[in-house]
Design a protein around this ligand. Sequence first.
Ligand code: ADP
Length: 423
Amino acid sequence: MTLALGCIADDYTGASDLANTLTRAGLRTVQTIGVPADDLALPEVDAVVVSLKSRSIEAGLAVSRSRAAETWLRGRGARHVLFKICSTFDSTDAGNIGPVMDALRADCGEAVVLVTPAFPETGRTVYQGNLFVGAVPLNESPLKDHPLNPMHDSNLVRVLARQSNTQIGLVDLATVTRGAEAVRARLAELAGKGIGAAIIDAVFDRDLETIGLVAAEHRLSVGASGIGLGLARALVSTGSVKAAAISDAGAPVGGPAACLAGSCSQATLQQIANAERIMPVLHLDPDRIIARADEVQRALDWAAPRLADGPVLIASSSTPDQVAALQARHGRDAAGHAIEQAMADIAESLVKSGVRRLIVAGGETSGAVVDRLKIPGFLVGVEIAAGVPVLRAVGAASDMLLALKSGNFGGAEFFSDALRLMR
Ligand code: ADP
């Protein structure tokens, strides 16, 4: 198998978002958790997104992990590698976008790297090198107060120049609007001046298509899901990839189904209330979990006789008042961690006992469950709700389908919506 596109994402949720975007654009896409083992057996796919957690770690470490991911992707034939960053360009001046870009550029010998976090459909646009978040420049957006990576400069040519060892140029909107040939000419001009990377403006969706066409001719690009979309459309429109129907990721696996909810978001609380009408629901006692009482075993004993009859839901979720009271008693992190690990314990035992369809509500909760199940990657399927696709485990001990939902995602009937698509 030869990959048409390899991607390295600097965080997990960004990777999921990109993998979902590529899938919707017609690329058969696997998202891996970390750099996969050399012997990971992949299904026939067009793109792999390697999820790292490298956004806010020390730059040297981010570089070495990204290089390992690049080696893996190039080893599977990826001609183009996209380094996927946040659409708000999250990084400090010491931070990681520049150093990773420089290292990957050196590895593949790219003359000029195209860089853009633009994704107009989500309100991220770049004009004259300045990133806008909705109607305001980045440095006036809430990102100015980000706890890890506060962004005080909206001019990405300057931001990237402070992190990179190459000079940074600009491909402006006027050039992008004139089309792919004009962009190629501008890049050649920048390369002639020894400039190694360029921020490229994009304000409209169609700009991403022009950018994607040119980027696909290069070895490396840097950006968010927007440039991923542009690349995917270019690969399909030039015939490098035959647009695939998404459905094979969701082919039935059969076997019992279980839902786990650790999110306490308003949306999830409503979804649990609605699920009570269609399946048995067990509400865990969070105090008993933290006290290490036998709450996990109680849940498993409760689920065992019911699973043969249909799906079940096990929830730790409670209302904001109850969450605040529990956190006051035990500390926020200790409470959160203990409950996440209990959910992972439950998931592990359920899968051991034959559950093959697992729906998890809550971002951190999902992370704990996936880590525990040691699933190396996922083939991305159809969307259950915006941003929440059906996932088929790849390289795991058993064939299974999962849905991993951030707290606020999904409609009021999310659990039944998911079960309908996960047979
Ligand atoms: P979301 O996607 O809604 O943010 P997460 O799973 O990321 O959901 O975060 C929810 C956090 O709340 C987790 O750390 C989870 O363990 C914790 N938690 C779950 N149930 C309770 C509860 N009843 N009281 C306090 N914390 C809880």
